[in-house]
Design a protein. Structure first.
Length: 205
């Protein structure tokens, strides 16, 4: 199984589908897939796509969003980047570029259909999946995904009870852009975060 996973990750790291066979406008820079996986990982973080800092570093969540996400999970950087425990598999593996206002574009449409099912299917030991943001929630929650991110995250208890292999917890993106959302939804810190920390502690012992 580990050999098959390694072969697949080698293919993903060499992928140029968004440049050579794009669904729409080609990616405007060289692809640099950023993710971390292992056959033993018990937690999967399903994010959106790398931002500019992560594109430069080549390492997931090397930005303030990563600091906040690690705080929500209750773990340090050493644990977060321990591939034996945690896989980080964004919906788009490469930085998609910036829009006219300087914000990140959505994940590339080519990426998930090409690679996601194969890669997630090889993470056989995963018990918990964090669906961070609406793109990950739409993919991983299917009919449990609601019309808005707020509705989906507020329904996290149903997502927890109705998913299996792995259990899914929907979350907002930890970006500063969601500071207003967090202030309007104090139940997230009061109710969801403690549950998340308990589960992460159990799986990373």
């Amino acid at each position: 199984m580990a050999h098959a996973l390694n072969d697949l990750t080698d293919q993903i790291r060499a992928c140029r589908i968004c440049v050579d066979q794009p669904d729409g406008t080609p990616l405007g820079h060289d692809p640099r897939p950023v993710f971390q996986v292992s056959a033993t990982a018990r937690i999967v973080i399903a994010g959106q796509a790398p931002g500019t800092r992560v594109h430069e570093s080549g390492r997931p969540f090397t930005d303030p969003s990563g600091d906040r996400l690690r705080d929500w999970m209750g773990i340090d950087e050493e644990t977060f980047y321990d591939t034996r425990l945690i896989a980080i598999v964004p919906m788009g593996f490469c930085f998609p570029g910036l829009d006219a206002k300087g914000g990140d574009l959505p994940p590339r449409r080519e990426c998930a259909p090409k690679w996601r099912g194969q890669l997630i299917g090889r993470l056989k030991n995963a018990e918990l999946l964090l669906a961070v943001g609406m793109y990950a929630q739409k993919w991983h929650l299917r009919e449990l995904n609601k019309k808005t991110l707020s509705e989906t995250v507020r329904g996290w208890r149903q997502c927890w009870s109705d998913t299996a292999g792995p259990k899914v917890i929907p979350m907002p993106h930890p970006s500063w852009r969601n500071n207003a959302w967090l202030k309007k939804n104090p139940w997230f810190d009061a109710e969801l975060v403690p549950h998340l920390r308990r589960e992460v502690a159990r799986l990373t012992r």
